[in-house]
Design a protein. Structure first.
Length: 369
């Protein structure tokens, strides 16, 4: 396997549009890196530049310390798994997996050993004589991965490989890919727009927007310490609540005022907000950190009570999701299914202030989290 380095990599098209801007990243050997972001953010373009399917217009790409900007895709020792599987319909599963090895003129006995070993890893042994048309979506995806594994490349590239599968299969295949990474000790670069996939699979995640890298971090760090408003809103489902609030002072404490509500900022976060007194900031709180009145718990640093009008109620089994209007903004919250609150009713909630995020309204950068 191998590590990769992208130094100031950019992609500029003939019409002047920049698909990727000044992309810098070191990927360690055996790392599982996820590129995530909305459609058109440049994540697939970056992957295709690594694969050699797109020209790099600026910067340097190194694989295993060797500059490969002008190296042909077939000579980069990487394997790519596409979202549409890209299997040969006239070939059996065995032949699909053996094909890249035949192109490299590998000995027939060695091909047979590699294909059967790969099939065993992916539980495809009983399907080797079938053609793709006789397989389910999940089985086809495993064959596409098997073909990549059989090549024994230095780097695996996966471009939204699960997007064509139904929800249940996606969960199963996520687990398969995770086990595969552990088993192979492979370097994997994986593109997705699904942040649940990103959070569950990656050792590190690259969040992109408009061709620009926003933040690179572990899943837990991205979730708990987003660097800006975009990352905070993109990572987490349902997304973080955002409320415009004015920073003030009361009884020697820093407070946030929105509508008729006032919440007191913990001392640990107050110092960073002192320069913003009198200014409007964006307060962020995740739905799971909005606590319902009958579940106010000791040991949590809860804000003053906030009155909310429930506008939407969604039962999710043992818990429910509510969307509500508060004086000065809107919030969503996870509540117990036993709570009698329903659409049209009112409920008192509080914020877990230790989980409060605050962002600069102009720069959108995090002030505290």
């Amino acid at each position: 396997m191998a590590g990769l380095t992208l130094e100031h990599v950019g992609k500029k098209y003939p019409n002047g549009y920049e698909g990727v801007k000044d992309f810098n990243l070191d990927i360690a050997d055996k790392e599982f890196i996820i590129f995530v972001g909305p459609s058109g953010c440049g994540k697939s373009t970056t992957l295709r530049m690594i694969a050699g399917l797109e020209d790099i217009t600026s910067g340097t790409l190194k694989i295993d310390g060797k500059v490969v900007n002008d190296v042909e895709p077939k000579d980069r020792d990487i394997a790519m798994v596409f979202q549409n599987y890209a299997l040969y319909p006239h070939m059996t599963v065995y032949d699909n997996m053996a094909f890249p090895l035949k192109l490299r003129k590998v000995d027939a006995a060695e091909i047979d050993r590699i294909v059967h070993e790969t099939a065993r890893i992916l539980d495809l042994e009983k399907l080797l004589d079938r053609k793709p048309s006789a397989l389910s979506g999940g089985q086809r995806q495993r064959v596409a991965m098997g073909r990549a594994i059989a090549r024994q490349p230095k780097v695996f590239l996966m471009d939204e490989p699960l997007s064509n599968l139904d929800a249940k299969l996606r969960v199963q295949m996520r687990a398969e890919i995770s086990k595969l990474h552990d088993r192979l000790g492979a370097t994997i670069i994986y593109v997705t727009h699904d942040q649940t996939e990103a959070m569950t699979l990656g050792t590190r995640i690259v969040v992109m927007k408009d061709g620009v890298m926003q933040q690179v971090d572990t899943p837990s760090k991205l979730y708990s310490e987003p660097c800006n408003l975009f990352v905070a809103g993109f990572i987490g489902s349902p997304q973080m609540n955002f409320i415009d609030a004015t920073v003030g002072e009361a009884a020697g404490k820093i407070v946030l005022n929105f509508g008729g509500n006032t919440v007191t900022v913990p001392d640990s976060k107050a110092e960073a907000l002192k320069p913003y007194v009198g200014k409007v900031v964006v307060a962020g709180i995740r739905p799971e950190d909005v606590v319902e009145e009958n579940e106010y718990a000791e040991g949590r640093n809860l804000s003053e009570a906030i009155d909310a009008a429930v506008t939407v109620y969604e039962l999710l089994g043992s818990e429910a999701m509510i969307y509500g209007d508060v004086d000065g903004g809107a919030i969503s919250a996870h509540i117990s299914a036993a709570n009698p609150a329903r659409t049209g009713s009112r409920i008192k909630v509080a914020f877990d202030m230790d989980k409060l995020h605050v962002f600069d309204k102009d720069t959108e950068l995090a002030i505290v989290h």
